[in-house]
Design a binder for this molecule. Sequence first.
Ligand code: GLN
Length: 545
Amino acid sequence: MTGKKTRFIFVTGGVCSSLGKGISTASLGLLLEGHGYRVSAVKMDPYINIDPGTMSPFQHGEVYVTEDGAETDLDLGYYERFTGARLSRRNSVSTGQIYFTVIERERRGDYLGRTVQVIPHITDEIKRRIYDVAFEEDLDFLLIEIGGTVGDIESIPFLEAIRQIRQELTPRRVLNVHLTLIPTITVAGEAKTKPTQHSVKMLMEIGIIPDILLCRTNRVLTDEMRSKIALFCNVSERNVISAVDIKSSIYEIPYMLHANGYDEIVLEHFGLENSPIDIGAWDRFYHSLTNPRCTVRIAVVGKYISLQDAYRSIYEALLHGAVANEAELEITRIDSEDIEKACGGAPEQLFEGIDGILVPGGFGNRGIEGKVMAIGHARANGIPLFGICLGLQCAVIEYGRNVCGLEKANSTEFDQGTPNPVISLQEEQEIIDKMGGTMRLGAYLCDFREGSAIRRIYGAPSAMERHRHRFEFTLKYRELFEKNGMIASGIHPKNNLVETVEIPAHPWFICTQYHPEFKSKPTAPHPLFRDFIRAAVERGGRRCQ
Ligand code: GLN
């Protein structure tokens, strides 16, 4: 059987959430690839939802979409951006999925009269999913990140499965990393190890002995601290690693972890040589990131602006595009409802000094008119405009109303009775009565029109891009829009769906029904983001030398 060599690295979290488990896992993946190994990652989320597709971005941050159309946790975005792993729905597992599978099996009678229990049936299903990814892909390393914090009721079956895997495969093929927090009490200026001790104690009660403690801290731990943590937590002193707060950029984290010996200690655990590391493409990206030659100011107009993670992939892709242009990125986050409230239709002040406007995806009515106003402002003033998914739909509404003379142009998502439904449901979507997993999801082919800006930017006649939406451009309006100067420049050939629109007379006005942000990487910036930033830099040329 192939895959016999795969080694498993489990990453659990202690003390509290938001310590950077996803990014540190992705960083370790990058470092191991730099040592020449084949790596992938799985995220296991203990919540009961089947996937985060039905959760509000305020609850969960962005929903990341894989090539095969799974709606997943945003940590998968970090894995794909940091490593060469190609992820699919198998790389994102939730308690909901595990129970769903086991219960379906039970209803079919597959358990042959036995009582179905957490151990072994639920834990077996967790293990099966982990082994499937590892063995089918013939990996050197599989990194498995367990969502949540040790001590959560929901995570117990996952931790039990990890314990069993270590029993089955021995520590020679299994490594347990525990990411924990060493807080500093500000007044006393003292770093405290007690929360970590408690967290490790809880892990040990379940039967998991951590091999490495990755300690999130605001400064490098002293030898004295490390030896204290080692003693109380039953870990060798060498394996207590400082994961120091990084102020500048997440892209520095792999360097910090490498400098503190993370990859070396991981290889040592598995009896592997600490081979020389080569992350040259990352180095080149990082060098440009830290040596910008000019500044570019992009406004992102959305309704989940207050939450950092709601448009995570958009912000990352903008950064990749900026670095590719040697520009420092300044993002101005504008709540589309503020445009409606504050300016009453005159968004000039809000966009002063802005070089480009991006309108990302979203759902529901709230803030729509503000987005339409922002797009109108960009269109009328020659400001580069990049609309994504809902952004495209708002651009079509704006153009319909203000250029094509369709006064009441709207999407049937916002106004079911509109006389000008320029955005509407495809027939097959009309009969859907469930919410989860029923959108147009994942990668579809898009053919670019000859002579279009988008075809020039991609440097290719077509592309596969990822989707997550229900509504589409209504085909019967295509001719009217094209006559008035907005062309459908990208088409999904199978059922003639409009994938992209652009205004050739505008300096840069491109919208996509798909989400290009999911495929941008620091080492391979997406062409649309790169060219959007190029156009924005050109417009704001006054700030560049
Ligand atoms: N709400 C829109 C639709 O479902 C856009 C979705 C999105 O922006 N992801 O079509």
